[in-house]
Design a protein around this ligand. Structure first.
Ligand code: FES
Length: 366
């Protein structure tokens, strides 16, 4: 696909002019025929130029990948990192999830909304800052946290430190973050998220984990708690059948145990059970027939049940009897059948006309 010439629609053409080279680099990372998996980095690529997933960005992704715009839209609207409207140069995210919240995250967010005059997912008039409240930013050990373009910028934030941050961003500064890489613009961050290295100095930050992250380890050390030793040579237990190419387990020798014999004889046993059941049914049917001719009832419960269900099975059907079912077997059933015999108008005979309710009036009166 990376070599195929694509004729872009007017909606996608301006973006294609700027982004097609990078898009082809992204597509080349995926196996042939699997390029549509490149949609996620392509959407970030669109944001490097547009600052959000614009309609022309959707058209561009769809035409590069040979999918439709609805498929692109379905992905772009699923993830919060794909913005649906123009976003500021700095996306300031305040975590208001459980741990950050109990430690003051909501107060930080509230102070920023008041100070900036914007709410969630809104951008200041100068286009500098977009504010959002975020769910866990994966830094609970530093709660409450504030990120700028997804970099950890203020740890253990307070309303005052958060206001200081946004004032400095609004003034065109790029303050040194609490941890990690130097602050960049949202479009620069999108370029990294699309899978391209950022050549700026300090664009990538690393370093030792900080004290709050290591607190648990330190406590464990102080109290002499350690995980059990692990020998890397420990063989891994196999719980699934061996795959092709693996050594197959030696089949167990055939044992002449009683269980083996029972298994081998299973089909024969089933056949004999079926035969016994058939014989028993025939015997009951014969007894029923004998009783009918003798003209009296039996105390045998099996025969008694069969008689009740179908006492006249050998007699011709009575006129008026319903087709498709046995005649009623007892007094109650016979009474019910009589009450439900079809009437001339096709309604069950037992369905007597309703007595009109005087309080409701007649059809004519209504
Ligand atoms: S709850 Fe805020 S970073 Fe986890």
């Amino acid at each position: 696909m990376t070599d195929i010439a694509i004729e872009f629609s007017p909606a996608a053409a301006p973006l294609a002019e700027k982004l097609l080279g990078s898009a082809r680099e992204i597509l080349a990372r995926y196996p042939a025929g699997r390029e549509r998996s490149a949609l996620l980095p392509l959407l970030h690529l669109v944001q490097t130029e547009e600052g959000y997933v614009s309609p022309s960005g959707v058209a561009f992704c769809a035409e590069v990948l040979g999918i439709n715009k609805a498929q692109v839209g379905a992905v772009a609207t699923f993830y919060t990192m794909y913005k649906r409207r123009p976003t500021g140069e700095y996306l300031v995210s305040v975590c208001t999830n459980t741990l950050c919240n109990v430690l003051g995250g909501q107060e930080v967010y509230d102070r920023l909304t008041e100070h900036l005059g914007v709410g969630h997912d809104e951008t200041t008039a100068d286009g500098k800052i977009t504010l959002e409240h975020a769910e866990c930013l994966a830094a609970c050990d530093y709660a409450p946290v504030v990120t700028v373009n997804y970099d950890f910028t203020v740890d253990q934030a307070t309303p005052e430190s958060a206001v200081e941050l946004v004032d400095s961003l609004a003034a065109g500064e790029r303050p040194t973050p609490a941890r990690g890489a130097r602050i960049c613009s949202l479009k620069e961050m999108q370029y990294q998220l699309a899978g391209f290295a950022d050549p700026r100095d300090g664009a990538v930050g690393d370093g030792m984990a900080g004290a709050p992250t290591l607190r648990g380890v330190r406590l464990a050390q102080e109290h002499g708690v350690a995980v059990a030793g692990f020998d890397p040579e420990t063989p891994i237990t196999r719980t699934k059948p061996a795959r092709e190419g693996d050594a197959l387990p030696t089949p167990a020798p055939v044992a002449n145990t009683a269980d083996d014999k029972a298994t081998a004889e299973k089909p024969g046993k089933v056949a004999s059970v079926v035969k016994a059941a058939t014989t028993a049914v025939k015997a009951v049917a014969g007894k029923v027939e004998e009783r009918r001719h003798a003209g009296h009832q039996t105390e045998d419960p099996q025969i008694r049940t069969a008689e009740l269900r179908n006492p006249t099975a050998s007699e011709p059907a009575q006129p008026g009897a319903q087709a498709g079912g046995p005649p009623p077997g007892n007094a109650a059933e016979r009474a019910g059948a009589a009450a439900s015999a079809p009437a001339g108008d096709g309604k069950p005979a037992g369905d007597s006309p309703r007595t009109p309710d005087p309080s409701r009036g007649t059809e004519e009166e209504k």
